[in-house]
Design a protein around this ligand. Sequence first.
Ligand SMILES: NC(=O)c1ccc[n+]([C@@H]2O[C@H](COP(=O)([O-])OP(=O)(O)OC[C@H]3O[C@@H](n4cnc5c(N)ncnc54)[C@H](OP(=O)(O)O)[C@@H]3O)[C@@H](O)[C@H]2O)c1
Length: 271
Amino acid sequence: MQMRALVTGASAGLGAEFARQLAADGFALVLVARSADRLRSLAAQLPVETEVLVADLLTDEGLERVAARLDDDARPVDVLVNNAGFAVAEPFHESTVEDEQRMHELLSWVPLRLAHAALPGMRRRGAGGILNVASLAGRLPSGSYAASKAHVIALSRSLHARYRRDGVTVTALLPGFVPTEFHDRMGVSPDVVPRAGWANPSSVVREGLRALRTRRGVVVSDWRYRLAAPFASLVPDRLIAGVGLGARIERVGTADAVRESPRTDAQTDRP
Ligand SMILES: NC(=O)c1ccc[n+]([C@@H]2O[C@H](COP(=O)([O-])OP(=O)(O)OC[C@H]3O[C@@H](n4cnc5c(N)ncnc54)[C@H](OP(=O)(O)O)[C@@H]3O)[C@@H](O)[C@H]2O)c1
């Protein structure tokens, strides 16, 4: 029987790449995001059966519709990719509490809610995979974005340890910097990250899917980040906080750090 995967945040960046690679692996797909046109245009390019589920995961109605789809035993979802996300650009002392809450919900509550909807069916069927796109930032003291990602890493590790024996794998994928629309949406110039620091989006996705297939709990993507990760815990917190993306934006200043972005609509719409 054909396997099916549901990908959140599939209209752009890593999510669209997850959809392409899962389709190449023969998965039928359920694509979730707010941008209907972009999802439909991606679906039209994929050589597999594809459902488009337009939903704002920051609304109760949108989130519950996606949860209900995951809970539908008649059309089971074998793999859930919790990928949708954004980051608040402003440093913590300047951000609005509404933006902080929306980021925290999308990065922490939404993956938990959707895993909670998907896991019982996977457990009953004795097979399934949940891939949570976290971030290397989740292992570092680098702001409230990092704190939300730390939550999803801890959740993934707990669920993986508990449900592996039932045939369900839960993997946290920890990318470093990846060139997607993520930084554009924050209104941050890619120049705040040195060229050598960017990882290739298709390699990041490939490594995530391989980790899920090989039933790993946590994977840091890109060999350079894997090499650097163990040393990060040796560096004092205040130094890490001083070189994180937030600190760079503060130092460079918004005038220099923010470039004219072709996605001004997305910025104004920023969740
Ligand atoms: N890029 C990086 O450097 C990097 C590094 C580490 C981790 N990550 C993580 O990777 C994941 C994917 O990010 P990306 O880099 O691919 O960013 P991206 O290119 O900006 O894509 C973000 C995706 O999330 C969707 N989304 C945002 N808000 C949503 C909402 N309220 N409801 C439904 N969908 C929503 C967007 O679709 P719509 O706008 O159409 O809704 C879009 O498809 C995120 O969890 C991010 O934190 C990224």
